[in-house]
Design a binder for this molecule. Sequence first.
Ligand code: NAP
Length: 283
Amino acid sequence: MAIIIDGKELARKIRMNLKEEVDELKKTSGIIPKLAVIMVGDDKASKVYVKNKSKACDEIGIEYEEFLLDESTTMEKLLDLIEELNNRNDVNGILLQSPIPKHLDISKAFNKIDYRKDVDGFNPMNVGKLSIGEDCFISCTPFGVTKMLEEYNIDVEGKNVVIIGRSNIVGKPLIQCMLKKNATVTVCHSRTKNIKNITSNADILIAALGKPRFITDDMIKDGAVIIDVGINRTDDGKLVGDVDFENVEKKVSYITPVPGGVGPMTIAMLMTNVVKAAKNTNL
Ligand code: NAP
């Protein structure tokens, strides 16, 4: 029987520790961390994500301000807003909720966010710093996965870590996070041939491809550690990961559930980044 990695509980502990840290910051130096969130248009899923982020801020004592731009907003208006938030001393972290409408250039927007306030870690400055091992803001999901492994004392050094997915927000930063911990990293993507041959050699398998129950028990080796980043909605409305949890669980040493695994960690690491940004700006 596998140990189920409880991301929900771990995230709760991280938020509680952050609350103490924020209380202390307020008491000793009068600093109140603040997150500004920009949303463009009214994507339903984004509204839920943004609400969860605001709830977490509330719980920890981080100030939260939301900026809603119309679906038809121009790139110029979006960049102007980012510029304004870059210049505001009371704002420590800036987050642009994706997706944004197709007529807008999201890379340009991420580029515009001051890298010292880029709590999502998407600005090329942070991406570059991560790749050369400098202190930076790490994209929250890969940061959360790394933290989970640390908290469960799962040693990564020298292990075969296989990552499925190479997106800018999950797969690619994960490569750097795992390399930094001295793992031997293999990355698979939609053009990879014979995935099963690769996954069955993984000591640690991280699935981040967005295909419901793609990883089946015949694709993994006995005793592997399985981290499921995927969040997929099935036709009957059920939330499932990229891993066929019921069957895979019988064969592995550790596994994350969906929901309650990586998802809650992502928000906890965002909060961690906001507190770090507040401390950095006030050093
Ligand atoms: P994405 O941008 O769509 O990237 C998916 C990646 O998977 C791509 O690199 C793609 O390859 C690869 N891929 C797709 N089909 C594949 C296949 N059949 N075999 C091997 N590789 C395949 O997705 P994402 O934003 O990284 O998100 C991935 C999943 O994680 C989604 O389910 C998303 O909802 C979830 N997610 C969860 C959290 C969380 O907090 N838990 C956060 C972010 C994302 P190509 O590059 O060749 O196209």
